[in-house]
Design a protein around this ligand. Sequence first.
Ligand code: AMP
Ligand code: GLY
Length: 423
Amino acid sequence: MNILIIGGGGREHSVARSISISKNCNKIYILPGNAGTAELGENIEGDVNDFNLIKKTVLSNQISVVFVGPEDPIVNGIYDFFKKEQLLKDILIVAPGKRAAKLEGSKDFAKVFMKKNNIPTAKHSTFSKETIQQAYSFLDQMKPPYVLKADGLAAGKGVLILNTLNEAKKELDNMLLKNKFGKASNRVVIEEFLDGIELSCFVLTNGKDYKVLPFAKDYKKIGEADTGLNTGGMGAVSPVPFLDEKLKIKIEEKIIKPTVQGIQDERMDYIGFIFIGLIKVKDEPYVIEYNVRMGDPETEVVFPRIKSDILDFLLALETDNFPLLDLDIDSRAAATVMLVSGGYPLAYEKHIPISGLRDINQSIVFHAGTKTQDNKILTNGGRVLAITSFGETINKATDTCYKEIQKISFKGMSFRKDIGFDL
Ligand code: AMP
Ligand code: GLY
């Protein structure tokens, strides 16, 4: 069968690679894709939010399965669009419905959902311009550091952690009164600061049954030892060494099960992935956030560790067979290191030639911001390549990444040299 993957980053290259080795995969189309996905299938130029183009692509290429990578089209309702279109409604679209997507699209919605379903998370309150005085009083009663979150999608930049009350009030003004994050900060969630270590949990679900994928940990800061600006992600590892059986059971019982039950109780359409951002405080897990998709760069370590035929799992989602399938996971560790453009996450140059990719033989190269021009591979974004390796331990996996990275170069190339440092 033919598969369409929506998105063009390292996550989508990793998904394309896993699907390409499925026995049921005939041809893969990727919209818009990158230079890496072009080697696995056909890239279609266009915007991930152009639903009419997606419809045309599906119909003209006999697509049977659509896999949606990024949050934007999901939050914009791509699932509901398919279900309303006569010609698309029977096509399997791996993306939750618009109402479920509010778990990512609105922090307040997610907090209310967690509270209702008794899921451990930081205490919070939500405020708007009209209730800014109450927001100041709420901050007065809290201890530093102060956590402010724009309610809506803000490209991963909408969370601010402030050390002083003055800064917190100033940023609250910027968000509520000065549209710091546009419409996304019309409402602000203020919550208790949780002090602990973060990890990412991935669940594939049809809103009733679920499979827990390998856990991972990502590294969001640009600088070594987790310093400097936030990025889309500079690297990731899987599994997570500090996650023992006891904590895994707590996560499943206190978080995963009530989350899926809540989705079912509220009759949300859910065919796809839940990415639960967790933080371990002492020995207890808390939810930091929900995402309604896979993570990037976590997918570049999680999917390669799945030995089962991924397409079989996707095809089973809407059948009674789904609960009967067992995931086969590679016992080795995987690590990925992102190579980024000079200047990222601030301004950076694009269209710089990349050399050395053909010499990589011990790692998997996932393309993120790349494109092909005149048979050359050029940079085309901030995050350019994710280099993934396996190893008996995380250290061995990262060692291989760093050895292989020596062979790659492009002007301005930069990467974190300490992925996995804290484990
Ligand atoms: P989010 O966009 O909700 O994932 O938040 C971005 C980052 O902010 C998280 O990965 C955490 O590092 C941090 N963060 C968010 N909420 C809290 C919290 N309540 N306590 C401590 N850190 C937080
Ligand atoms: N790695 C974090 C994210 O995909 O949002």
